[in-house]
Design a protein around this ligand. Structure first.
Ligand code: SF4
Ligand code: SF4
Length: 214
């Protein structure tokens, strides 16, 4: 699990452009099938986008998600300690953190949960926090290599890429059909520039994954 406190909510939404130039957002994420094969590694290798101090500060300020996260997850004393338990996931997360200019790989904290059983099951299944219930929530969450959701995550990433491509091509079609080259073909109160800006704003969460080139 990865990026609990980055604003990843948009990544689980569907965005489309109506013929009249309105952006429609469907908040309900696509249903996630149960593909977990209970290896328990995600429960021993959680990380967050924010550094540990920030997560604890958020919890102290009353942030429910942060409190829920810290209710079950404890920080490993060091990256090396985490590496000894979940080496592949540590490498994967550090690789992601190294590529991003808004993260410091040396300051990533890895967490483990005491409630995972030796069989890889959740010992508090009925009362597990939402971050566990929702995982992996979208295709970009860095699950451990070989996770049962690998294939689903690949398809979800492709779904999101197609969605962004559709948005862009619809905007091109509207621009090509514009009678004056400045406004929407049928709604002269909607400028193409404003439309382009709102689409650009909407696809922001995907830019860190390369959306500008899709
Ligand atoms: S890493 Fe994937 S397969 Fe393993 S327990 Fe977590 S969700 Fe299930
Ligand atoms: S609460 Fe359950 S699902 Fe969540 S990390 Fe712990 S063992 Fe895993």
């Amino acid at each position: 699990m990865f990026n609990f406190y980055e604003d990843s909510t948009p990544l689980a939404t569907t965005v489309s452009l109506s013929e009249t130039g309105e952006l429609i957002e469907t908040a309900a994420p696509p249903p996630i099938p149960d593909l977990c094969h209970k290896c328990g590694r995600c429960c021993k290798s959680a990380t967050t986008f924010h550094q540990h101090e920030k997560v604890t500060a958020l919890a102290a300020e009353g942030d429910f998600e942060a409190q829920e996260f810290l209710r079950v997850f404890k920080p490993y004393p060091s990256i090396e300690a985490a590496r000894a338990v979940v080496p592949e996931q540590v490498e994967q997360v550090l690789e992601v953190a190294n590529r991003r200019d808004d993260m410091d790989a040396e300051k990533v904290t890895f967490y483990y949960c005491d409630h995972v059983t030796p069989e890889g099951l959740c010992g508090i299944y009925e009362t597990r926090p939402r971050c566990c219930k929702d995982a992996p929530s979208h295709g970009w969450a860095a699950m451990p290599p070989g996770c049962g959701f690998d294939g689903w995550q690949f398809l979800d990433r492709e779904r999101q890429k197609r969605m962004i491509r559709d948005l862009k091509s619809q905007a091109h079609i509207l621009a090509a059909a514009s009678l004056d080259g400045v406004t929407h073909p049928t709604r002269h109160d909607v400028s193409l520039e404003a439309l382009e800006k709102s689409i650009d704003e909407k696809i922001k969460p995907w830019k860190r994954f390369g959306a500008e080139f899709w």
